[in-house]
Design a protein around this ligand. Structure first.
Ligand SMILES: Cc1ncc(C[n+]2csc(CCOP(=O)(O)OP(=O)(O)O)c2C)c(N)n1
Length: 604
């Protein structure tokens, strides 16, 4: 269905169409793109504020370069909705983030205009550098462009790539999209440096005004006053003309206004001409053109659909909120507790902790590896760090857990939010691999709480034990407690072990399936109930990849058949929980069928 957009956008099927447009109409196209973006995201949900901020950049790129021969890699890719709209996916925006629809991030299988997968922060420059090296080897000529947010630039992979640019290629364009924001306010030394540099834009504006005034001063014979004023104002506004990028061997351009299409086109043309890698620093407004998003860019960074959601949904508490509240309660009793987040203080529920214990809360930026090793340092010095990361983003920090935490047996607790499927963000964001990745680590205790009481116990137990701990819990609503587990009978029949949040998945089955079901909340060491189930066929269920997961851990030691139910060996797409469970044959009907077959095969 093509909704009520005006005609200009409807004529665009590829970047070449944008290139053909006279530059005077590009602001009009930008307005149409914004209108359509807001309209579709109001129904699909998604990363609205970041994508609103890059509309002019998208159009300027199309106007200057030749895609898909030239290549642009959007870091994270959550700012690429305008890009999708001008690369043949405007109609498909209706299906954004839905099951079988287009993805919320760049995805090569979706479009020849998406050279790389997006989703995780910090990889665009590295990927671009690899593509530039390949281009050079093939003696080709295309332009390779990486667009990286000011916060994603501080990520380890970005900085590793930045260090390598100059000795890898002579031609690469890095655009730093600086809006001063991560999801929340950006943090760290780069953020401070960028904030100073953005004053350059103000400088340019003030200079224009000053030039005019200076002209009058000169005319009126006050030349020395003019020179003195210029000498004071200029260094104030243009402190630190970027030494750092130039020292790294990149030519620095900017900062320029990232919503000024002619200025962007001019800068991009200049960047394309050089035979030296270029950093083009642009200043944009997160949420540009939509007042609520401009006012509250964090709130509008990623939003749920607001046009289709009932305005008064029933009140629930999320796992993240419960985690934040329980950690605050624990921290009131134990001053050694500190909290660490990697740019996700709201998402992980740590915002109340930051408010109540500002001196004991650390936002390290989008730096998951640093978060864990930094926590190891805190722990070695006597503190009890709780590091809250999304499961999927913690993947890159497995080595830090192994080398810096587990080997040294330090009391660091890694709290993995969004463990399990996460819905519309899709395969880059599902937290399905943490059990496989972390359970092999020696010295580790690994929990998967079933409800709030079990989360509280895990947080407390980690404090009491003072040993390396991982706690995984899902996205969505938490319940206070589950009904008590059955007492183990003396029979020899099959039993079901439901890990963590999957206890809720089997609840609708229990009335019709004649088998004892135990909700279990520990992966390592394996749950104590296993000792009492020797010789009995077992069914395990987990909201995680089956390979090397919880069920596999049971099967490694159990002396009877084990049916392992979990996510199969394939990337799971985007969609609602119900759609994905149907897709993965983990919905109630499919579970009933799989369990029934197993029961028939292993009847007592
Ligand atoms: C490795 C990783 N950690 C965390 C995130 C979650 N995340 C998505 S966007 C974002 C902020 C990005 O800020 P910036 O790069 O400045 O871009 P902006 O959103 O401001 O346009 C974060 C923390 C992620 N995608 N990847």
């Amino acid at each position: 269905m093509q909704p009520n957009v005006t005609t200009l956008l409807n004529t665009i099927t590829s970047p070449a169409d944008v290139k053909r447009l006279p530059s005077e109409v590009l602001p009009q196209l930008a307005t149409e793109i914004r209108t359509r973006m807001i309209e579709t995201v109001s129904r699909s949900g998604g990363h609205l504020a970041p994508s609103l901020g890059t509309v002019e950049l998208t159009l300027a790129l199309c106007h200057v370069f030749d895609f898909p021969t030239d290549k642009v890699i959007w870091d994270v890719g959550h700012q690429s909705y305008a890009w999708k709209m001008v690369t043949g996916r405007n109609d498909a925006m209706e299906t954004l983030r839905q099951f079988d629809g287009i993805r919320g991030f760049p995805f090569p299988a979706e479009s020849p205009y998406d050279p790389a997968v997006g989703g995780h922060a910090g990889v665009a420059l590295s990927t671009a550098l690899g593509m530039a090296a390949a281009r050079d080897l093939k003696q080709r000529n295309e332009h390779i462009i990486a667009v990286v947010g000011d916060a994603s630039l501080t990520n380890g992979i970005s900085l590793e790539a930045l260090n390598a640019v100059r000795h890898t290629t002579e031609r690469l364009i890095l655009i730093i999209n600086d809006n001063g924001m991560s999801i929340s306010q950006n943090v760290g030394a780069f953020a401070r440096m960028f904030a100073r540099r953005i004053s350059g834009i103000r400088y340019n504006r003030i200079r224009a005004a000053a030039e005019a005034t200076g002209h009058h001063l000169r005319l009126s014979g006050l030349k020395s006053l003019y020179r003195a004023l210029k000498g004071v104002i200029k260094p104030l506004l243009l402190r630190h003309r970027s030494a750092i990028f130039e020292d790294l061997g990149l030519r620095y351009m900017g900062p320029i206004d990232g919503h000024d299409i002619p200025a962007l086109c001019e800068a991009l043309r200049a960047a394309a001409e050089g035979h030296v890698p270029v950093v083009l620093h642009i200043a944009t407004v997160k949420g540009k053109g939509y007042a609520p998003a401009e006012r509250h860019p964090s709130k509008w960074h990623g939003v749920s659909p607001w046009a289709t959601t009932p305005s008064n949904p029933p009140p629930t508490t999320s796992w993240s909120e419960a985690f934040g509240e329980e950690l605050c309660a624990l921290a009131r009793q134990d001053e050694r507790i500190v909290a660490v987040t990697a740019a996700m203080r709201d998402g992980t529920g740590l915002a109340p902790f930051f408010r109540e214990f500002p001196n004991r809360a650390f936002d390290v930026g989008i730096c998951e590896e640093h978060a864990l090793t930094f926590a190891a340092g805190l722990a070695a010095a006597g503190f009890r760090p709780y590091v809250a990361l999304y499961s999927t983003f913690a993947q890159r920090a497995v080595d830090c857990m192994m080398h810096d935490v587990c080997l040294a047996k330090l009391p660091v607790t890694l709290c993995l939010d969004r463990a399990g499927i996460v819905g519309a963000d899709g395969p880059t964001h599902h937290g399905l691999y943490d059990i496989a990745m972390f359970r092999a680590l020696p010295n580790l205790t690994f929990y998967a709480p079933t409800a709030r009481d079990s989360l509280r116990q895990a947080l407390q137990q980690a404090l009491t034990d003072g040993t390396p701990t991982v706690i995984r819990y899902p996205r969505g609503a938490i319940c206070d407690a589950l009904p008590a587990n059955p007492t183990v009978d003396t029979g020899k029949g099959p039993c079901l072990l439901a890990l963590g949040d999957t206890a809720a998945w089997v609840a609708p089955l229990l009335e019709t399936l004649p088998l004892p079901c135990f909700a279990v909340d520990r992966i390592k060491p394996l749950p104590a109930v296993l000792q009492t189930l020797k010789g009995r066929p077992l069914i395990t269920l987990e909201n995680a990849a089956k390979q090397a997961g919880f069920g596999s851990a049971i099967a490694e030691v159990h002396d009877a058949p084990v049916l392992i139910l979990g996510w199969e060996d394939a990337f799971i797409p985007q969609g609602s929980d119900a759609e994905l469970r149907r897709f993965g044959r983990l919905d109630t009907e499919a579970l009933r069928a799989a369990i029934s077959t197993f029961l028939q095969e292993h009847a007592e």
